[in-house]
Design a protein around this ligand. Structure first.
Ligand code: NAD
Length: 558
């Protein structure tokens, strides 16, 4: 008997296999979506297509589908359009069952998507880009990455506009001339007017359309976490249009779908101003985080606890947004957005003096990208003080995500910590209550993109693809020689030193990367014979000496 090859499929994070559509499926799929759109239009609804069902697009699509007219009736029918790649196709059947394709800590995400798809039938998903021809408005939520070539030198990186440009070409080929196109993707400043608009104009000219495309920009400020939906719907927006009509249309659309009553809309003159707003606000955040790196080292070397310094400064209302950087600054946006601005200055706007002009933004990103390396030094020093070595040591890192109480691991500082320790020969283990799979490690050969994993900046990384995120802390700690407290997830704040040492089976090295340990816990760890170090926590040395001096002479412990 001859085996017929399995058709190519797309596998969801829950390991469900969905066969990719074949050529013959496209016509049937379009007919399905067209019927739904016509039905919606006959009920007076506008048809909105959201391109890209990722972290932003999936939830934005549901928010638009959940919006109501002033008479309380649903005013929009939304088609989420996602390319049918083996990596992403599964998002479509999942969404069409009323399930969220993005894992979120906000319980409203699942409820909202279920309500729109199953109860109100105002949301569907498709892979067929021809649905663009049905739209009154298209919202673009595809990615625009910034690819770094070197660790700690963002200047050698480049913007990856391929997905966005391909999307704009498809849109230009299909939309009706009067359709509003709204780019929400964070783009290199100038992209809307000088890259996307020309693509649309060219496509219109080819189709014999004489009117100007109606193109606008309004960036997302979504924050992964428990307020996911609110961070899109109930949050201040900025927008701009390429011409007067686009400006008026984008303002009307955003007022219809978002809570602009309580969170006023800012309307800017040109898209480059809206695009620059996004880049500057995230570069500002990256810069104030990076700025504390040098004071963190100062604190460690001079007996100062930077966590207390920051608390004291925060008392001043003018300085209340000062924040401790942890083992790095991850998330999708802060590590890349400044790079998009730096790159655009030269490659879209045509200036050659970018390296003279941009001094703070590149430095900030470089400092943030490499801060995790110092955690490995602290672990090394703590182990040395106990007469042990990194090479061959079993080390547990608690926290894989980039910030507390979320499961988002993109560009997390913890990844750099793990990679550096693995390079130095440690046997790494990982625990995180919010992360099921750490794809940056598990699939490091082709995640986030083939050949672009941070794996390439370190040696000795092969074993990391076998790492599985552990869920039981006592088990994860058994037999370790060092514990890295990388992220202040709520369960880690409650850990008792006695339990940790008990589970580990004896005194270990503890590295506090995010100010998780209050002084009494640091003291207790020392009393239990552990060694403690922490980013920005120079005062641990003082506590150690106090504990030592309090011991009866000749007790033997160091
Ligand atoms: N995730 C965040 O926290 C966040 C916050 C603020 C802003 N943003 C910005 O929002 C944008 C989108 O980010 P994201 O996190 O949703 O990215 P993502 O990678 O999760 O999603 C992008 C989606 O677009 C799809 N796609 C790509 N090309 C396509 C095409 N031609 N047709 C249809 N679908 C296509 C991809 O397959 C993917 O599913 C980015 O510019 C990002 O910087 C993200």
């Amino acid at each position: 008997m001859q085996n017929t090859p399995e058709p190519p499929s797309s596998v969801s994070p829950a390991n469900e296999h969905f066969p990719l559509p074949g050529r013959a499926d496209y016509a049937t799929e379009f007919a399905r979506v067209e019927t739904l759109a016509q039905e919606a239009r006959s009920q007076g609804k506008e048809v909105v297509v959201v391109m890209g069902l990722g972290f932003v697009g999936a939830v934005m699509a549901a928010i638009v589908a959940d919006s109501r007219n002033p008479d309380g009736q649903p005013g929009k029918f939304v088609i989420g359009c996602q390319r049918p790649s083996s990596r992403s196709f599964w998002k479509i059947p999942l969404l069409n069952r009323g399930e969220s394709p993005v894992k979120a800590e906000d319980p409203e995400v699942e409820v909202l998507i279920h309500r729109c798809v199953v109860e109100n039938r105002t949301l569907t998903a498709t892979y067929n880009g021809e649905c663009l021809g049905l739209a009154d408005c298209v919202v673009v939520d595809v990615q625009c990455d910034y690819t770094k070539q070197d660790l700690g030198n963002m200047r050698t990186g480049e913007a990856d506009m391929a997905a966005l440009e391909a999307t704009m070409r498809t849109i230009g080929e299909h939309i009706r001339p009067s359709c509003l196109v709204l780019i929400e993707t964070t783009v290199a400043p100038g992209t809307t007017e000088f890259v996307a608009w020309p693509i649309l104009k060219k496509a219109f000219a080819k189709r014999g359309i004489t009117s100007e495309p109606v193109l606008a920009h309004s960036f997302e400020r979504v924050m992964p976490g428990r307020e996911y939906v609110a961070s899109i719907r109930d949050f201040w927006r900025v927008c701009a249009g390429c011409n007067d009509e686009a400006r008026a249309r984008v303002e009307k659309f955003l007022r219809e779908v978002l809570n602009t009553q309580d969170f006023p809309l800012t309307i800017m003159d040109r898209p480059i101003e809206s695009e620059t707003t996004k880049i500057v606000e995230n570069s500002y955040r990256a810069a104030i985080l990076a700025y504390l790196n040098e004071w963190s080292l100062f604190a460690e070397r001079n007996g100062v606890d930077l966590i207390k310094v920051i608390k004291a400064i925060k008392m001043r209302p003018t300085h209340s947004n000062i924040i401790f950087p942890g083992p790095g600054v991850g998330g999708y946006c802060l590590p890349k957005d400044g790079g998009l601005g730096y790159w655009a200055y030269r490659h879209i706007l045509g200036f050659e003096d970018g390296d003279d002009v941009f001094r703070i933004t590149p430095t900030a990103i470089d400092v943030n990208d490499t801060r995790g390396l110092h955690v490995a030094e602290l672990a090394r020093d703590a182990l040395r003080n106990m007469g042990r070595y990194i090479a061959g040591a079993e080390i547990l890192i608690c926290g894989a995500s980039y910030r507390q109480d979320v499961g988002d691991t993109r560009y997390s500082g913890s990844e750099i910590v793990v990679r550096k320790l693995a390079e130095m020969g440690a046997e790494m283990r990982v625990h995180d209550p919010y992360v099921e799979h750490w794809y940056e490690l598990e699939n490091q050969d082709d995640y986030p993109v083939k050949g672009l994993s941070w794996e390439r900046f370190f040696r000795n990384q092969g074993e990391l693809s076998h790492i599985r995120v552990q869920t039981e802390l006592p088990k994860a700690l058994a037999g370790v020689e060092a514990l890295i407290l990388a992220v202040p997830h709520a369960p880690y704040l409650k850990l008792s030193p006695d339990d940790v040492v008990n589970w580990a089976g004896g005194p270990i090295a503890i590295v506090d990367c995010f100010g998780l340990l209050p002084d009494e816990k640091i003291r207790r760890y020392f009393e239990l014979g552990c060694e403690v170090k922490g980013l920005g926590r120079g005062h641990v040395q003082r506590i150690k000496e106090e504990v030592r001096n309090a011991r009866p002479q000749g007790s033997g412990k160091n």
